[in-house]
Design a protein around this ligand. Sequence first.
Ligand code: TEU
Length: 553
Amino acid sequence: MTSRTWWKEAVVYQIYPRSFRDSDGDGVGDLKGITQKLDYIQQLGLDAVWLNPVYKSPNDDNGYDISDYYDIQAEFGTMRDFDELLSGLHKRGIKLIMDLVVNHSSDEHPWFVESKKSKSNPYRDFYFWKPGKNGGAPNNWPSFFGGSAWELDITTGEYYLHLFSKKQPDLNWENPALRLEVQKLMKFWLDKGVDGLRLDVISAISKRTVFIDTDTSDFNETIRKYYANGPRLKEFIAEMRSTVWDNYDCMTVGEGPGITPENSKDYLDSEKGLNMIFHFGHMFLDQGEGGRFDPVSWSMKDFKEVFKKWDDAFSKNGWGSVFLGNHDFSRMVSRWGDDKNYWEKSSKLLCTLVLSMRGTPFIFQGDEIGMTNIELKSIKESADIETQNGWREAQKKGVPEQQFLRTVNYAGRDNARTPVQWDDSAQAGFTAGLPWMKVNPNKTSISVKSQQSDIESVLSYFKHMIALRKAHPLLVYGSYLPIETEHEKLFVYSREWDKEKWIIVLNFSPENINFPTVLLMGKSVVMISNYDGIIGKVIRPWEAVVYRVVGKN
Ligand code: TEU
């Protein structure tokens, strides 16, 4: 029986501060804006907040390019505002998980400013510098954000590695001096009382320093084989654990492309590893060879298989996290549900899945009210480096803007970054100024205000589902067993714990599906459902039901 801990029982709410709430009218969300909404966050019934980066940054990648790990980005506020937010969360019994980006820094960080000055600079080896080859980059590695993963710096005539944007140079973890700096900055935030760390791209911190060419055109395969899971990864994680994390009651969750069910144990050693990881198996199901902007169709068969494979991996070793959306992906109801014809039912169904699975649920801001994708009318409206660079690459291949825009409106990260819709006013109650990113016009029908007092709303359902999970450890610690059904779109699984058995039935389709009553050999009680009344012979379009089996007929 797995040991009981707060971060296994917690439901975590992800806040992308830029888009959560603006308190000073500059159009950008800020820390005070979050503090002003702490009662709302508490009323959701949450236990922790994961805060995307708020450190000083030129915002090339909206804060994932850090230029000062010890100070707050001016547009988000001050360190005093941060301390006030942390205190406000703790007063409400809510923990804070900070986003730590240490696979790379900003090119405006003093370390890099020094490093690029000369080959003999003391900070030169804080980053990876290589001479070119055959008049070009040292190898053929592509960046996540299009183009080469190497940038020539004319000062010293060498190239530096950047797996992401060229303003995000990769830090050289082979250098013990760099690792010591990372330990120091982690201690700084943990000493302030931060309760956990989400480690950005942790899978890539150990580089294969021979930097041989990738032998595949499949980007996700290149990640797995060349960027992630390097030779010293376990050693670096173990070192952070022993020098920092073990001295605090802190939770650590690792994020990173390239983590698989097979290699997840390398990240989750109970003595020397992370507490948990995000798995992306389902999040890349619709990505073809070219990655995000090369969408392919996905199947519920594969979707269910991913959850089974990952639960198997975590049941043997470690603990998982469950999410269907975050700041890097389309809104979950638009991607996995039906935001046109079954918006309310499918929003509630997806919320049921996330909160009834084994693993710590991470809910992205706005998903609790069923926020949807946004339709950009032109690429210029995108505020995401990944999309802007993707368009640059698409143009080289002659892809028409409207065609690329359709892909962006399906898969782009802007979808998740529109301002939270608090009400139906001009800027949805997000800001009194002009928002950094346009508000979704459907704020007139989808907002906190329009749902807060409606017992049938997505928001109310979300709160009920959280309360159900909090009241029943079975949903946290129970076993997970998928149940085969005749219909591919029917996702059915059981959770069992301490002689109690629940069955969760999710219809991922707009059809009525004959309900396999064989599943419920015994009597059952409906614990929650997104429809009124239960027919029992048919599972209705996008119907979600959580049954508690109460014994034989
Ligand atoms: O993302 C890393 C990652 O997992 C990528 O696959 C991610 O989905 C990204 O959108 C590229 O496709 C983390 C952060 O979550 C992301 O916001 C940052 O842009 C990235 O690292 C670089 O710090």
